[in-house]
Design a binder for this molecule. Structure first.
Ligand code: FES
Ligand SMILES: [Fe+2]
Length: 453
């Protein structure tokens, strides 16, 4: 079995503890074992491209944000209107964390709070360093005093960092996702809201909750619109597993079911409207009030039922164009990607619909494998020239706080229960449905190639 995965990824993962040797089974220890977690911290996070912040968080020269993952802290800073840099967050004197949270470095200087050493935004030491006369010359090599730089690149409206200076470039690591996501104008979306939560579960449990759609019937029964158990398990059933550990999930079944039901155009409108209203109210992302309004305006539409979805898209484009919002080019193969969700290895997701998207990130929080920090962004396209500036972080909320819309609260409710179940002595492996959960298997198999290197 190890051989199978080794062939698929070209890496021998047989030495990795608790390696995935069967794509249908995930050993439970991967979610809580401290040695496995330490291996991720040694071999994954310092070497993988990861989303560090939204691009609009640092619009002005000197703006910075601190990005945390496990024990690692990275400063992401805008150094010029066209350049962003990232540094390991440590003073070159005695290691003090240089920046905390978010803000702007005044006067273009990064200043250590302990003894006052300074750096220019480009990472070079700002000479003379205070008290330099007290050091032996070999401690003051200028190159060795530079801040320790990470690789940085931007894509999809985000800043991505990699602590490994020798890692292949971002474009290489993201393949093949940009060709699918860029035409959806994902990079032009801006933050509508942004919230976070600390969860008592492993970071992989949190992100995996968004990697399959067949939990909808049980976790979000309201979204089945009364279909109950007749709701197709293969709603969101078309899994694509890609190179570099990425995956996507395509909504495939529902349309065919609707066509088979022979609904009238009016019934199509009502059904669509019901679903859009629910999503708008209970997710407050992907479907926004403007989208509901457009479909409401079609309630007295007179057309053949199979023409309805085309008419809805036309109405949406007309409304957005009138509002100055440029939606993606209305090519059928681009529009067909609305509603698909995209997992970006190792811990990030986009789920675009219309000119909006929801986006998720899960990260280990400190030293505890059973604790993670999870964030949700609602994104949307704004009228051109009226894009908002720095986004407001709405805050961190508990899992049952009504500041969270109902749908994410329902998702959160399973995660800590999974983490508890994993520890029961008779439970040994997660089992994955090939048809619905192959993206999760692909994720774990690719994770092992990092842990094996
Ligand atoms: S630790 Fe930063 S200047 Fe001393
Ligand atoms: Fe869900």
């Amino acid at each position: 079995m190890v051989q199978v995965l080794a062939q698929e990824t070209g890496v021998d993962t047989s030495e990795v503890p608790f390696a995935v040797t069967d794509r249908a089974k995930v050993p439970r220890e991967r979610y809580y074992d401290k040695a496995f977690f330490d291996l991720e911290n040694e071999k994954l996070w310092p070497r993988v491209w990861q989303m560090a912040c939204r691009l609009e968080e640092i619009p002005n020269v000197g703006d910075y944000t601190e990005y945390w993952v496990a024990r690692y802290s990275v400063i992401v800073v805008r150094t010029s209107p066209t350049e962003i840099k990232a540094y390991q967050n440590a003073c070159r004197h005695r290691a003090t964390q240089l920046a905390v949270g978010r803000g702007s470095f005044r006067g273009g200087q990064i200043v250590c709070p302990f003894h006052g050493w300074r750096w220019n935004l480009d990472g070079t030491p700002s000479l003379p360093l205070y008290g330099a006369q007290g050091f032996e010359p070999r401690c003051l090599d200028e190159d060795d005093l530079r801040l320790i730089e990470c690789q940085v690149d931007t894509w999809a409206g985000c800043v991505w960092i990699n602590m490994d200076r020798d890692a292949p470039p971002l474009q290489h690591a993201m393949r093949p996702l940009p060709e699918f996501l860029d035409p959806l104008r994902i990079g032009d979306m801006r933050v509508h809201w942004w919230k976070s939560i600390r969860l008592n579960c492993n970071w992989k449990i949190a992100i995996e909750a968004f990697m399959e759609g067949w939990h909808v019937m049980s976790t979000h029964p309201q979204l089945t619109m009364g279909a109950g158990e007749a709701f197709p398990a293969d709603f969101l059933d078309i899994q694509h597993s890609y190179e570099n550990g990425h995956a996507s999930l395509e909504e495939g079944h529902d349309k065919e079911v609707a066509e088979g039901l022979g609904l009238t155009a009016q019934a199509e409108v009502e059904k669509t409207l019901g679903f859009l209203r629910l999503t708008c109210d209970q997710l407050q992302a992907m479907v926004l009030p403007k989208d509901v309004q457009v479909v409401e305006s079609l309630r007295n539409i007179d057309c053949a039922p199979e023409e309805f979805s085309g008419r809805m898209i036309q109405a949406m484009y007309a409304w957005n164009t009138g509002a100055g919002i440029k939606l993606p080019d209305p090519e059928p193969e681009i529009l067909a990607r609305w509603g698909s969700q995209w997992f970006i290895f190792p811990n990030f997701m986009f789920h675009p619909l219309f000119g909006n998207s929801i986006s998720y990130r899960a990260r280990p929080d400190g030293d505890d494998p059973e604790h993670c920090l999870f964030e949700v962004w609602s994104l949307t396209l704004f009228p051109e020239g009226q894009e908002p500036g720095k986004p407001t972080f709405d805050g961190e909320f508990a899992k049952d706080d009504e500041a969270w819309p109902r749908i994410p609260r329902q998702d959160f409710s399973n995660m800590e229960r999974q983490q508890i179940g994993l520890h029961q002595p008779g439970f040994t492996t997660m089992r994955l449905a090939k048809k619905f959960e192959d993206g999760i298997a692909n994720f774990h198999a690719y994770l092992d190639t990092y842990l094996a290197r």
